[in-house]
Ligand binder design. Sequence first.
Ligand code: MIG
Length: 699
Amino acid sequence: MALTLGIGMGYAAADRSYMTDKGVAVFYPSGYDATQHEPSPIFVNELKSAGDVPSEWNLSPEFSISGGKNVVRIPVGKGVDFYGNGEVSGPLRRNGKEVRFWNTDAPKYEADEGRRLYQSHPWVMGVRPDGTAFGIIADNTWKSSVTMDDDIVFESEGPAFRVIVIEKESPAEVLKVLADLTGHIEMPPLWALGYQQCRWSYFPDSRVKEIADSLRINKIPSDVIWMDIDYMDNFKVFTFDKEKFPDPKGLNDYLHDRNFKAVYMIDPGVKVEEGYWVDDQGTAADYWVKDASGTPYVGEVWPGPCHFPDFTRPEVREWWGTLYKDYMATGIDGVWNDMNEPAIFNVETSTMPEDNRHLGGGGLASGPHLRYHNAYGYNMVKASRDGILAANPDKRPFVLTRSNFLGGHRYAATWTGDNASDPALMKMSIPMTINLGLSGQPFSGPDIGGFFDDCTPKLLAQWTSMGVYFPFVRNHSAADTRSQEPWAFGSETLDVCRTAINRRYRLLPYVYTLFREAYEDGMPVMRPLFFADVKDSSLRAEHEAFLLGGDLMVIPRWAENTARPSGEWNRILLEDTPDDGVQANLYQRPGSIIPVAELSQNTAEYNTDKLTLLVNLDTEGKATGRMYEDAGDGFGFRDGQYADYTVTASADGNDVTIRLSQTGGNWNKPPKSIRVGLVTPNGIKYTPWTKGDVVSCKL
Ligand code: MIG
């Protein structure tokens, strides 16, 4: 074999490469067979050449076959910090780690010592000491893995695959290109950013109502109640248990009357049962995944023996989507897709055999489960989202999924699966959620309080006190664990949780604006601290302190001696939330303005009629901020029904002028009164409330 100079033994340079119009380089191995990989689930549009890769291009993958596996090595040089990798356990900084891409039901993240979780994102972001950054996508759904050291090495059990390289001046620019390639999230409904209460499971329906009432009585601002598997008739999807949930419409009306939304679980496994319409329809149309011999595969899950829809097929996705029509018509607001790795009981692999057959279609070749396993959840949530949108075309769909694949943020938000009530897993939820954000998925969070095992008052208080600054905020716990609602541990814990959740609701103008940013340019909602100063090497591994957006630093109270960005990040206390010694400490970036609302008990009541602008001037006496608002649901914002405000502050001597001006959208609902909170090292100085859009005050 002829070796190109500089390429390692046994490795070959790309057979072919090009630059796309997005300025990313694509490298193909020799023997590349497009039918084994395309159309790719990762990209919104198929990649196309717009010219040659420039000769000075730095990062060039090398291809090889070793031990029967297709291997790609990308030499990146010393001193690079690695991030991303999608949903991963362990630290924020990924150097020295291995990740296995084989979606797995991974209770407590223990499968393969944490190397394998519910989702796969064959994606690595590298940040160099000077702050320049790159991103590598292995466009491959087959069972594979990656390691990151001086080289990034992908190994796959499938055919040779192409590699996409993004090179940019900063991590933020890399993420923007990632979003351009893999898609931007849709705007979530505002209610999905509120506090959510879940449990496996609240039943019967009277218990669900009791939970809703308790949230209101205890003045816990909240928006969503979740229905886990026990609402179904014998775990049959799209059915309701006749005794426990005799009147789903009545239950959902009850919740809606109290300004709650209702999210219900749908799993992929369809109970094998003659006379059960979902199974009958799928069998009649021959929609199931097949085993190697071509008969419908049967695997056991909650309902017992189940069939599994072959979501690689467009007609199956469409059929699955139609099942949501009558279901959503009962007043269901959102859908929770679980067990979609797919998880199978009573088999050693905990999933279906690798030689099961998927039919594909719509340009996608048929292929073994080894190829389509990692995209199973992805294709399911794609079907779910489309079906939900068709059922309620004027509402923004909300789907939460356990399994997914790189690019699947287009269809569903995610939670980090089955953690436990363990302080170590609480701490780990920070880097997990950040790395998902650095992998294109801005909308995620852990089970607050922990899923397995009994929570404790201290842990629930600590976890809620930082969890409210995550993109997705849901308290959830497993069957047979002790109750874990905010009031379940007495009044002291309740007070701490309430204060934390109050803060979430007061920060909603800021949080919603961050989701708008994610929608616009792929910026994560929750960000690593090093985004505050990408050249500061002391921040690169920090994963106890984190950023919510660009302007708010969160340091959990239990975190000791975290790294800190330079500059005058001043501590902010929201004045009606007295310090209880448990709340996370919040610090505002110098030069920023954060919009804060009055307290509301749910997003239906939420408004910005009285708006507080927290202003932390920089050393030049300037600050800027943004607030984005729209109806919070529906798609009117696409036709200009929104308001985008720019806020500026500047000091002239001791006189500070703060101006709120609408700079986008034709929604005409300005705040009725505003005030400014000048953030100083000694606390916040508030001006009186004023009408109009200019506030003047003294330093
Ligand atoms: O086998 O539906 O991760 O959140 O409560 C367990 C019951 C199935 C796993 C999910 C969890 C959910 C549980 N499910």
